[in-house]
Write a protein that binds this ligand. Structure first.
Ligand code: SF4
Ligand code: SF4
Length: 365
């Protein structure tokens, strides 16, 4: 078990100081009033010690208890997505130069960010978005720069909430790749740490951590197993889901869900893998300069399907069907992977409690 190390709670600050000394802004889940979400931290005291979250269909609540964990909650309200693919940003601007000619200037803003405490489902969300933004003929330069300058410290799950379903998708609440370091918080005041990259190894070398004992490593595995046991949602095997959804495009369940869905797009805004966006030009009032912006959009928006004078998904039924069949079927044709990581955020943040797992099971039956 010598490839596991142990980081005591009282040495989190040493890790953060080392990362900050290397030029990283440290970002981690923080508690603010009624939620736990990613924000800048500078010290271990900024972590959400003692807090835990309740998540159920259409329900989210944060409570304080006397437990001594920094990561005793399950999932921050949003994923890592907004750090890489921003909700709105200027991507280029054009202005008249001194010679009166139009000069185009790309805008690529990025900073070195170390994310402390990425849940395994959100890590898989990054992997899926990498395929969207970095593995096409035209890579997104902003996304690529941010990924190159990101340090990822995964935090394996030690419990699940009732909307989690990564296990039903064939995954596990344990980071298996795509991280610099992966940690599991255990009783006994600290984290069992695993190295995932040369950058991660260099950080641990600088901290000169002790190897975790066999007992500590076993405790970490038992904690992850507890998170697996906590997931109660089930689905047919994902390949079967992919086939059955496309074979049932006229199933009456699409009408049923459309009668409940508000087309608010909340599910797409919180989803770590959704990437729909729209672009527009924003000229200044003098007409001397224009910024070209990119902003998140949603397949639930009626304008999103407007093409050549027609809106071809006017009926909410077709918008919901597009969203669900893309995530759980046609995504694989496009990106050679499934489009969902089972984080359950779309269930938590749906104002009318639509549960995607229930919808899939109803159609696949
Ligand atoms: S579809 Fe829902 S459960 Fe799946 S990744 Fe998106 S928000 Fe999470
Ligand atoms: S499924 Fe729920 S969150 Fe998504 S668009 Fe419909 S009402 Fe909104």
């Amino acid at each position: 078990m010598s490839h596991y190390y142990f980081l005591p709670h009282q040495r989190i600050d040493d890790m953060l100081n080392q990362l900050q000394g290397d030029g990283y802004k440290c970002v981690a889940p923080r508690h603010h009033e009624s939620e736990i979400n990613y924000d800048t931290i500078t010290k271990s005291a900024d972590l959400p010690w003692g807090f835990h979250d309740e998540q159920a269909p259409g329900h989210y609540k944060v409570n304080k208890s006397d437990h001594k964990h920094a990561f005793g909650f399950v999932l921050p309200t949003t994923s890592v997505k907004p750090m890489l693919f921003k909700a709105k940003e200027n991507i280029w601007k054009v202005a008249r130069n001194d010679e009166g000619k139009l000069a185009f200037e790309p805008i690529v803003e990025f900073e070195k960010i170390a994310v402390f405490g990425v849940r395994p489902c959100d890590l898989r969300g990054i992997e899926i978005q990498d395929r969207v933004f970095m593995e096409n003929s035209y890579n997104d330069v902003r996304y690529v720069k941010r990924r190159e300058n990101q340090f990822l410290i995964a935090m394996n799950c030690t419990k699940s909430h009732s909307n989690c379903f990564c296990v039903a998708l064939g995954d596990a609440p344990q980071a298996d790749k795509g991280f610099d370091l992966a940690m599991t918080e255990i009783e006994g005041d600290g984290f069992v740490v695993e190295i995932g990259s040369d950058k991660g190894r260099a950080l641990l070398d600088a901290l000169d951590l002790e190897a975790a004992s066999g007992g500590q490593a076993q405790k970490a595995l038992a904690k992850i197993a507890y998170a697996v046991d906590g997931q109660k949602k089930t689905l047919p095997p994902i390949k079967e889901v992919e086939t059955k959804l496309m074979a049932n495009l006229e199933h009456p369940q699409w009408d049923d869900v459309a009668s409940r869905c508000l087309s608010c797009g909340s599910c797409t805004q919180v989803c770590p893998t959704c990437f729909c966006h729209t672009e527009r030009d924003e000229p200044n009032v003098l007409g001397t300069e224009t910024h070209h912006t990119r902003e998140w959009d949603s397949c639930f928006s009626i304008d999103h399907s407007y093409t050549h004078g027609d809106t071809y998904r006017e009926d909410p039924k077709y918008r919901y069907r597009q969203w669900l069949t893309h995530k759980f079927s046609t995504w694989r044709d496009q990106f050679r992977t499934k489009g969902c990581v089972g984080c359950g955020r779309c269930v938590t943040w749906c104002p009318v409690k639509i549960d995607v797992v229930d919808e899939i099971n109803a159609i696949c039956k």
